[in-house]
Design a protein around this ligand. Structure first.
Ligand code: ATR
Length: 277
């Protein structure tokens, strides 16, 4: 990497941040496209978020990604907030406007659906979503916009799923965690947005006997890349979509806004991001 005095600067703010794959991801694109720019990890303590944001803007950064625990604080710090971020209630991408404005957006819903579309043609219909955390909110937004007729939301803590159904309306139907197998009848898509199945976490205990063979199965967990859920789904003939693509696709709008080039998600990028750091 060699930078000039005109280099475009961006980064990711989180606490901790050392686990983030975003610098590697954006760094790959910067090099691939020969862009005079840098994307850096920024370890920002929760109580320093506002100061750090102002400092980056004052220092001429084009913008930043925002990750845990700053996504809600970012919401309060932005002058403008795009419609998806409003619906999701969190911001993951900030652009500093030429007029001095702080513009917030959320690209997780975009990343989720673009990841599905890169592998499969989801026709809409009934979707089953496991989990009701921040990721599930973005997934519900994406599914509503992509033609879901019903979203069956299933979470260990039922009240969190009910909160989402109150926000998003009748399209969301809440099922008990115990009924997660029966809820798959007639589904065209099954998504795991819980942390179950991730390396170091308990496995996701679910049987797929009621899931139509034509359904797409997606896990947002990407470590391991093929979770036990995806392995079981593949074995019975379902189309599977792993979770790495959501991370890669959600990064595209930010990269384009800061660095001026629309980047591509390729197998080479996937392999690069997966390699040990
Ligand atoms: P994210 O923003 O990634 O969605 P989160 O808000 O912490 O993260 O949500 C994690 C999800 O995994 C939640 O739906 C959580 O269920 P609860 O709302 O009941 O906590 C789910 N989850 C985590 N551990 C789980 C477990 N052992 N069994 C069932 N669900 C679990």
């Amino acid at each position: 990497m060699s930078l000039t005095g005109n280099a475009a600067l961006a980064g990711v703010m989180g606490w901790p941040i050392s686990h983030s794959r975003s610098p590697r991801l954006h760094g790959y694109w910067l090099e691939q496209y020969g862009i005079d720019g840098a994307y850096v990890p920024l370890a920002v303590a929760p109580d320093r978020f506002g100061d750090a944001l102002k400092g980056l803007q004052a220092a001429g950064f084009r913008g930043v990604n925002v990750t845990v625990p700053h996504k809600e604080a970012a919401f309060r710090a932005c002058d403008t907030i795009d419609p998806d971020a409003k619906r999701i209630g969190a911001i993951n991408t900030i652009l500093f406007g030429d007029d001095g404005s702080v513009q917030g957006s959320n690209t997780d819903a975009f990343g989720f659906i673009e990841n599905i579309r890169q592998t499969a043609d989801w026709p809409g219909g009934v979707a089953v979503v496991l989990g009701a955390g921040g990721a599930a909110r973005a997934i519900c937004v994406a599914l509503i916009d992509a033609g879901a007729t019903e979203i069956r939301l299933i979470n260990r803590t039922k009240s969190r799923a009910e909160d989402l159904s109150h926000e998003f309306g009748n399209i969301i139907r809440v099922y008990d965690w115990e009924n997660r197998s029966d809820a798959q009848i007639d589904a065209s898509l099954l998504v795991n947005s819980t942390s179950l199945g991730m390396t170091g976490q308990p496995p996701l205990d679910i049987d797929l006997d009621h899931l139509p063979a034509s359904a797409i199965v997606n896990d947002i967990v990407y470590a391991p890349l093929e979770t036990p859920l995806l392995a079981a789904a593949r074995k019975r003939g379902n189309i599977i979509v792993d979770g790495l693509g959501m991370l890669l696709h959600q990064a595209r709008p930010g990269f384009e806004a800061w660095f001026g080039t629309a980047p591509a998600v390729t197998d080479a990028l996937r392999n690069f991001v997966l390699e040990p750091k």
